[in-house]
Design a protein around this ligand. Sequence first.
Ligand SMILES: Cc1cc2nc3c(=O)[nH]c(=O)nc-3n(C[C@H](O)[C@H](O)[C@H](O)COP(=O)(O)OP(=O)(O)OC[C@H]3O[C@@H](n4cnc5c(N)ncnc54)[C@H](O)[C@@H]3O)c2cc1C
Length: 410
Amino acid sequence: MPIDFSFTEDQELIRKAVKEWCERNLTLEKVREMDTKGEIPREIWKGLAELGVLLPTVPKEHGGAGVDWVTHCIIGEEIGYADITIATAAAFIVVEGAWGFTLDKYCSEEVREKYVKPAIRGEKFVGIATTEAGGGSDVAAFKTTAKKSGNEWIINGEKMYISGTEECKKYGGGYWILARTSPAPPEAPHRGMTAFFLPFDTPGVEITKRFEDCGRMAISTGGFKMEDVRLPDEYRLGEEGKGFYYTMEGFDNARLIIAASAMGVTQRVLEIGIDYIKQRKAFGWPIGKFEGISFELADLWTEMEATKALVYKTAWMNDLKYKGKFSAREVSKYISMCKLKAPHLALKACEKVMIWHGAYGYTKECPVEMGWRGVMSYCIGAEGAANIQRVVLVRELLGPDYVAYKKLKE
Ligand SMILES: Cc1cc2nc3c(=O)[nH]c(=O)nc-3n(C[C@H](O)[C@H](O)[C@H](O)COP(=O)(O)OP(=O)(O)OC[C@H]3O[C@@H](n4cnc5c(N)ncnc54)[C@H](O)[C@@H]3O)c2cc1C
């Protein structure tokens, strides 16, 4: 009997602790307030730090909680269940959390002491900034450059649609960035890219944009430029020229956690829907008696359970990947399926539950619209567009020659 779907006692305890904390601190009323004001209060951020869930997968010897990826998914799921706008999960459990692990893996001791450890304590913000105005999916289009000068790198470029720029400026911290450090052949544009950690208060860094998003309002999205920014070599992440590969590892970790968070949103909105369709009456019956509605619930719940099974299987694989038992490519394939499915399922659940609510569902008195606006960000593109997940899958299922933009061999 080798297969076992149960969580460990520690995992159950962490789920309970996060759930109870959210019931006290991250109620739907609080989430509405955050969505309206456009910020996550400092006490929420600090509370998550005290709970020990910031950058939770960072090893204990580096100041983290050293939990596994299954546990990190549990945390994401519970935070997504509480804050259905997905802003809290996006900011602290996905961007800081999953990227924080990857940052810690490749950074120098100096970056760890000055940025990773304070981020774990909820004092500074760490994020990820790869996207540029010219394109996010197409890495070859990135224009940011880093040129070596003695023991320093001189960086020029602009990053756009970046989560947390205002928070990073206000509280301190910095970003994982990707820059071209040497030319690459046209058939392999991802070569010649190096990753760096950019402290946000470095001279030459300037915020150029704050977007007015339609959802996920409590975390800012902005752009910043880097003009002759000088970074010591200690701020290079990993080896020169390997930045693309490290960044893809970071994306994989983040995509897994956003999928888990989206499952929390899905379950919460379906539960809101269940409560409503049991009490709202039409034609003398609770509307949950009409199969036009109850069958939609049955289908959505089935899809949710199937997707959760995929997400937790993938988290288990991700843990084994770091123990050398699965290849990165094999796990990437599963992670792309999670990212492809989970946010869209959450969006569909929000849409259906809004419709079950009738006119009330279209008002801000009903919480579900916050979820609908929020999860759309992950359907559109945050942590990688849906079609890019399909490209990864096609590459694995049919072979690399079948990726649309590659010329097929005769
Ligand atoms: C709310 C929000 C927060 C974000 N936060 C961050 C952040 O913190 N850091 C960061 O670096 N980026 C961030 N992003 C940017 C995100 O990573 C990009 O949106 C994403 O990579 C897609 O890039 P793009 O928006 O430039 O779209 P494009 O790459 O221009 O794609 C446009 C459309 O074309 C499709 N497409 C592209 N290539 C192909 C192909 N080969 N085959 C089929 N279809 C294709 C895409 O699926 C998409 O629908 C954020 C985005 C959002 C919406």
